[in-house]
Design a binder for this molecule. Structure first.
Ligand SMILES: *Cc1c(COP(=O)(O)O)cnc(C)c1O
Length: 387
């Protein structure tokens, strides 16, 4: 039984932080109105906007990314407003429950949790249901390991006069993402997925059109932990914080943004792409089946595979962690599947081999038929070609 904390963490976030990130998190805790911290905060906002590829306003909201997502959804939802929610997994489904409770007239396009809502289906829905004011979607449905085509859906939404709210929590910093080019109004991410930072701070970009909607919405939260307007009026316009920012998390966030910008966003994206291709090739060569209905919708930040036979995902996760010291993710509501994540440092060359070996041998230990050798050969040959 391996109780060491020196595990290989290939989970779908929070994931491994680099030494540099840990050192940044350990910097002195400063008074939030110290000029040095004020400068740090402003700089971190600008670096976040660079990683989002946006000229829109950028907010750094403490609390897990969920806080920022809730704030964005509440702020945009006017009572009785028609909102089209795209559902292909757990996070999309959860957004629908929120929207209803915030007073939206909820419209949904829902597909199986291994599939993706197509841009064509969105366009058809908008044609047949005029008056949709907002479209909500999840770029990378982390529990399923699938992608939504935000690049195509953003411009469609604009043509039909709808705003967009995108959950890009597991994408930014590892997957191609173009906030402005894709014409997306509100985009939310967290620090603990592809950026491999601390779980505890969210980033939100807000377009001028989204601000107009938020300011004219009588239900937009104010004087609240989830208020986007407080951040706009107090901080962006007034230079005062709504409350004390989480100083250490801001330090950690600046560091992870520096690391990805120094590496080059494009290089980071290639690294995540390569790790995912090696993992998909290896898993299939072992005889495992990908969870995603097709490789074209498989997200490069996490590879999901169906659990073979009558095994249970939670047992496999526990076994692999206990016996081999490798922390994988399991299904988290999307189905009986195992997930090997490629996020931040775990998207480096040899981590797919660690993940595949631990999963493959773990499955064998539990009685499944797995061709471990063929899987490693296949993954290694992809890695050798790409590096
Ligand atoms: C991680 C994640 C979130 C944030 O949720 P937590 O479970 O609270 O970490 C939201 N959306 C997506 C797509 C995520 O991957």
């Amino acid at each position: 039984m391996n109780h060491s904390t020196e595990v290989f963490t290939l989970s779908a976030g929070p994931t491994m932080a680099t030494h540099r990130t840990l050192a940044a998190l350990g910097q002195p805790i400063m008074y939030h109105y110290d000029p040095v911290f004020l400068e740090t905060f402003g700089r971190t906002q600008r670096k976040a906007a660079e990683v989002f590829k946006t000229k829109n306003d950028m907010l750094l909201m403490q609390g897990e990314a969920i806080v920022a997502l809730e704030g964005a959804a509440r702020s945009l939802t006017k009572p009785g407003m028609k909102v089209l929610n795209l559902v292909q997994g757990v996070f999309g489904k959860g957004m629908g429950y929120w929207l209803e409770s915030f007073g939206a007239e909820l419209h949904e396009i829902e597909v199986a949790y291994n599939d993706a809502v197509s841009p064509e289906a969105v366009e058809k829905y908008l044609q047949e249901n005029p008056g949709i004011g907002l479209i909500t979607m999840v770029h990378s449905e982390t529990p399923s390991g699938t992608l939504t085509d935000c690049a195509a859906i953003g411009p469609i939404a604009k043509r039909y006069g709808a705003l967009t709210l995108v959950d890009a929590v597991s994408s930014i910093g590892g997957l191609e993402f173009e906030t402005d080019e894709w014409q997306l109004d509100i985009v939310v991410t967290g620090a603990q997925k592809c950026l491999a930072g601390p779980p505890g701070i969210g980033m939100v970009s807000v377009s001028p059109a989204a601000w107009e909607q938020i300011e004219s919405n009588p239900n937009s939260p104010r004087a609240s932990y989830v208020s986007l307007l407080d951040w706009k009026e107090k901080w962006l316009e007034g230079g005062a914080f709504p409350f004390t920012p989480s100083v250490s998390d801001v330090h950690g966030l600046e560091s992870v943004l520096d690391q990805v910008l120094e590496e080059g966003l494009d290089n980071a994206i290639v690294r995540h792409t390569n790790a995912a291709s090696a993992t998909r090739a290896g898993a299939q060569a072992m005889g495992l089946e990908l969870w995603a209905a097709s490789e074209s919708i498989a997200a490069n930040c996490v590879t999901s595979v169906r659990v073979p036979g009558d095994l249970e995902h939670l047992d496999i996760r526990a076994h692999v962690r206990a016996k081999y010291g490798v922390m994988l993710s399991s299904g988290q509501g999307a189905g009986n599947l195992m997930r090997l994540a490629h996020m931040g440092p775990s998207a480096n060359a040899m981590y797919p081999i660690v993940g595949l070996t631990a999963l493959g041998q773990g499955l064998r230990d539990l009685g499944a038929q797995v061709d471990l050798g063929a899987g490693i050969e296949a993954a290694m040959s992809v890695i050798a070609q790409n590096n």
